[in-house]
Design a protein around this ligand. Sequence first.
Ligand SMILES: Nc1ncnc2c1ncn2[C@@H]1O[C@H](COP(=O)(O)OP(=O)(O)OP(=O)(O)O)[C@@H](O)[C@H]1O
Ligand SMILES: [Mg+2]
Length: 228
Amino acid sequence: MIRLNAVTKTYAAGSSRSHTAVDRVTLGITGERITVLQGPSGSGKTTLLSLIGGMARPTSGRIFFGEREITSLPERFLAELRRRQVGFVFQNYHLIRGVNVLENVILPALPLGEPFKAVRRRAEELMAQLEITRLATLPVQHLSGGEQQRVAIARALINRPSLLIADEPTAHLDSDLSEQFMAIVADLKERGHTVVIASHDPMVCRHRAVDTVVSLHDGRLATDAAVA
Ligand SMILES: Nc1ncnc2c1ncn2[C@@H]1O[C@H](COP(=O)(O)OP(=O)(O)OP(=O)(O)O)[C@@H](O)[C@H]1O
Ligand SMILES: [Mg+2]
């Protein structure tokens, strides 16, 4: 579904602070599977996720999303692709404080101009699946970490993305909630979503629902297992 061809990302390229976070990575992310990027802190996992999800552009190399090359797509097209095809669950959730749970979930759908009733119905379905219906009218800052994460997942899924990206999703969760998160993504895979997770949590890397583990070290792939 996504292909990276010799992709490099260098921050502050050309300056004395220049740092190559992702170094000539060639990788295929297969559709309807769960891929985990693992590696020590600073190895380039978040950078690689942002390249895969069209949030950052490579310094060199090429990226294909389905049949479409997105390497140098103008920002407005890239933003449209992200909105329609990619759901992000950030490490710190990035929920909007002062706004309630239902509104947080619905927000990414508003720019797409779909009838509000349909969006609201979908939000309610997602919230029911994720067992957060009773939280709908609470401001998000009143929720526990695990509850916030489920709101972040519902929000990431509101536009029915084909690709779900999660950055260190279990970092703030206890082992029961981590297992619950993996059950949610296993179910998403069954329903045809592609999932990419960055994690150094061994429980995630070894989870039975995970199809491929890709190891990064200093921005380089340590395994060719997922190269397509
Ligand atoms: N915007 C930036 N400008 C300069 N350097 C950056 C930037 N973002 C990340 N880096 C550097 O790139 C390297 C890879 O960072 P990245 O966040 O991708 O690693 P990571 O594997 O996600 O780490 P962690 O496990 O701590 O989240 C690090 O050395 C980091 O300091
Ligand atoms: Mg990171």
